[in-house]
Design a protein around this ligand. Structure first.
Ligand SMILES: Cc1cc2nc3c(=O)[nH]c(=O)nc-3n(C[C@H](O)[C@H](O)[C@H](O)COP(=O)(O)OP(=O)(O)OC[C@H]3O[C@@H](n4cnc5c(N)ncnc54)[C@H](O)[C@@H]3O)c2cc1C
Length: 341
């Protein structure tokens, strides 16, 4: 059992807009927060979160000219550090890093929420005990896993996993675009894209949409949407910019070419909640279930959650940051009620 003085007031897990915003608020409330920012384990799981994968953020308020995603997350990080946030690197907790967001940060590999203080252990071995925990581990978009996909998804090549984020960019204006998927999100994304595109194809591997009846009707009755049934994408073409895809008919096995000016994935997201090992209540899609939808409380007292790991609906930087703010305020108030200074 750790001595009372070494128990953290609040440990924040994750370093996207939700995690850093929680850190800014917790640090300014004198809670001396400790953040496990997470290790760079793959192209789409890096410190700084999902915005590290994009060059153009045009919808975050305060940046009328738009902002590069990496620059924006560096600013979030610097603001959190300025108020005394500690981050767990392979050398343990530090208040300054030479390499900024590219430092060797630890991920939380083990977590015990069964009793207080909560115990968290990093993948580099650092162990922390905490009165309260904020989970802000985000989610990652599901991709098809095709060869050219990631190359064209980075640096404005016309492949994206977020129509609301990227659909209004000039590269997609008046082009023929396609959305992959057949659920409600796919219909939402396709409908949204019709505002800018000449035409939107929905590419779906079955002969009926998975979307709710009302959403499916919306797609079918939209003159700009054309649903391509029983089709999967075999290949994506283009050097700097997507030029089209090869489709395979799932019934006949026949291949065909479809010229495109943009391709949007809408085949779901995977929230980073596996490390919780079933200790927090999750919904059927593995997102953390909030105890009260207007707050950040979970089914375990003292554990709060924020950002895309709880949100299968909005999935935007501004909503994630807003939830991070709520989680820090909820944690501060809860710690006060517990008599933790
Ligand atoms: C390509 C792309 C472009 C986008 N463009 C826009 C845009 O223009 N505008 C907009 O508003 N939104 C955009 N989004 C969506 C936006 O990025 C997300 O909504 C937002 O980043 C969610 O923030 P978050 O803090 O909840 O999670 P994330 O940004 O996903 O960050 C979560 C962090 O937690 C870390 N983590 C995961 N597991 C652990 C663990 N066990 N221990 C420690 N750390 C862990 C991850 O490595 C990651 O750093 C875009 C998304 C993508 C993929």
């Amino acid at each position: 059992m750790p001595d009372e003085k070494s128990i953290e007031n609040v440990v924040i897990v994750g370093s996207g807009p939700a995690g850093w915003t929680a850190a800014i608020y917790a640090a300014r409330a004198n809670l001396n927060p400790l953040v496990f920012p997470g290790r760079a384990v793959s192209k789409d799981l890096v410190p700084g979160g999902q915005l590290m994968l994009t060059t153009d953020v045009e919808n975050y308020p305060g940046f009328p000219e738009g902002v590069d995603g990496q620059q924006m997350m560096t600013k979030f990080f610097e603001q959190a550090m300025r108020f005394g946030t500690r981050v767990v690197t392979d050398d343990g907790p530090v208040t300054e890093t030479v390499a900024g967001l590219y430092s060797p940060f630890q991920s939380v590999a083990e977590i015990d929420l069964s009793k207080r203080p909560f115990r968290l252990k990093g993948d580099g071995g650092y162990e922390a005990f905490a009165h309260s925990v904020i989970i802000a581990t985000g989610a990652k978009a599901n991709w098809l896993g095709l060869e050219n996909e990631q190359r064209l998804a980075q640096g404005g090549g016309g492949v994206s996993a977020c129509a609301v984020c990227d659909g209004a960019l000039p590269i997609f204006r008046d082009k023929e675009l396609a959305v992959v998927g057949g659920g409600d999100s796919a219909v939402e994304e396709a409908t949204y894209l019709t505002k800018f595109a000449a035409k939107v194809y929905m590419i779906h591997r079955r002969d009926a949409l998975r979307a709710s009846k009302i959403m499916a009707e919306r797609a079918k009755s939209n003159e700009k949407i054309d649903i391509l049934w029983n089709k999967t994408i075999k290949d994506i073409h283009g050097e700097e910019m997507i030029t089209g895809v090869t489709l395979t008919d799932t019934q006949t096995g026949e291949d065909s070419k479809l010229p495109l000016g943009g391709l949007f994935m809408a085949i779901g997201h995977t929230p980073a909640t596996e490390f919780l090992n079933g200790q927090l209540e999750l919904d059927e899609k593995k997102y953390i279930k909030l105890a009260d939808p207007y707050r950040s409380t979970t089914n375990i007292e003292g554990v709060f959650a924020a950002g895309d790991c709880v949100d299968s609906v909005y999935r935007q930087a501004i909503t994630a940051a807003g939830m991070g703010c709520k989680a820090a305020i909820d944690a501060e108030r809860w710690l006060g009620e517990q008599g933790v200074e």
